[in-house]
Ligand binder design. Structure first.
Ligand code: NAD
Length: 353
């Protein structure tokens, strides 16, 4: 076994169906008496219900979270935090809402309870990306890590089959890259393999029946494990590509992950055969990259960057950006091969075998 360093995460996790009912107790446990509830505009009604549930412990609602955490939106939320003298935040929604909670905690160190409604995994990490004048930069600090995460399976039941598939593949991508990370360690690899296995088993069942509670439970469990991997070790080529494709060409986050992942894995296949064997085993497939492509196809996730709105003449610019300041990657990052990878993902072709 290789030498390794492992750092446990202090996030408290409450998991199950109906666990949202535990919110008042968890808010009280953190000593919040004036919580600000955060969400997106389309979840205003749910936020009001949560405010009612918290009663005197809720100071107000800010239902203005949007994708990519623009600093102007955080600025407006900070005005509410200060006006209401909020002493904590409760973020309920997908990764965009979680991002706003983190942006507030980064500025104030207020405690956070996050109630995720998708499989994005951001709730488990001490980093977030924020956008200023169209440029997304990553902030990292222990202040950003939520104190408590309530995973309530019931909140995820409203995700459509394609949204579930793409959000699930976004989660799987964290675990895949954890298995070949430079800082890989035995405990994180266990979580990664189990996370991939859980999601790979659950997503086809969700495609068949979005109301399958058992499959939803298994998927959310997998998403938690995958998010934990994202916080524990560094990410490589796949995450770099998705970050730049999303930021530069404004492509949707989870959809981009599902289109790129099989190709990034194929790119790295010969560099870490042990990781590939574990990914394939978790998928129940003969080959890691082909297995991921098949899972995306079976579950109705996007497999083509062209379908997401990227133009063919943008492939070269993407390849140029990918080789500038690359993340560590098990396989050397070379422009010619990266261009070919992006071109295949753009066209929705099968990954190279
Ligand atoms: P999101 O929050 O924007 O949600 C995507 C879409 O799904 C939205 O339209 C939303 O309304 C909808 N949605 C979410 N939950 C739903 C539900 N239960 N039912 C029906 N619709 C639902 O995005 P996301 O995919 O959840 O997360 C992506 C964002 O999170 C990106 O901005 C990404 O950068 C960030 N992220 C950050 C980290 C990190 O560690 N910092 C990790 C993963 C993702």
């Amino acid at each position: 076994m290789r030498s390794f360093t492992y750092q446990a995460s202090p996030v408290r996790v409450v998991f199950g169906a109906g666990t949202l009912s535990r919110l008042p107790g968890e808010v009280e446990r953190l000593g919040m008496s004036r919580a600000l509830v955060l969400t997106t505009g389309n979840r205003q009604q749910q936020a009001s219900q949560i405010a009612a549930m918290l009663g005197d412990r809720c100071a107000g609602v800010f239902a203005g979270a949007v994708m990519h955490t623009p600093v102007e939106v955080t600025g407006r939320a900070m005005v509410r935090v200060n006006e209401l003298k909020a002493d904590g935040v409760v973020a309920i929604g997908g990764g965009s809402t979680t991002g706003l909670g983190k942006a507030i905690a980064f500025r104030t160190d207020l405690p956070q309870v996050v109630v995720p409604s998708s499989y994005a995994g951001s709730e488990m990490t001490a980093v977030f990306g924020e956008t200023r004048d169209g440029v997304k930069t990553t902030q990292s600090s222990p202040r950003i890590l939520p104190e408590t995460v309530i995973y309530d399976v019931e909140l995820t039941m409203t995700m459509s089959a394609p949204l579930s598939a793409m959000s699930g593949l976004n989660a799987i991508a964290h675990a895949v890259e954890a298995l070949y990370a430079r800082e890989q360690n035995p405990l994180v690899s266990l979580m990664a393999e189990e996370g991939i296995r859980s999601l790979a088993r659950a997503l086809p069942k969700i495609k068949t029946d979005t109301a399958d509670v058992e499959a939803r439970t298994e998927a959310l469990y997998g998403a938690w494990l995958c998010g934990s991997c994202l916080n524990a070790v560094g990410m490589s080529l796949h995450n770099k590509l998705c970050h730049l494709l999303g930021g530069t060409f404004n492509l949707p986050h989870a959809d981009t992950h599902s289109a790129v992942l099989p190709h990034a894995v194929a790119y790295n296949a010969s560099a870490d055969k042990q990781a590939m064997a574990r990914i394939a085993r978790a998928l129940g497939a003969a080959d890691a990259a082909a297995g991921l492509f098949a899972l995306a196809k079976e579950t109705g996730a996007h497999r083509s960057l062209q379908q997401l709105g990227m133009r063919e003449d943008e492939i070269d610019r993407a390849a140029d950006l990918a080789v500038q300041d690359p993340y560590w990657n098990p396989q050397p990052v070379e422009r010619h091969a990266i261009r070919a990878l992006i071109a295949r993902a753009w066209a929705g072709a099968a990954p190279l075998g």
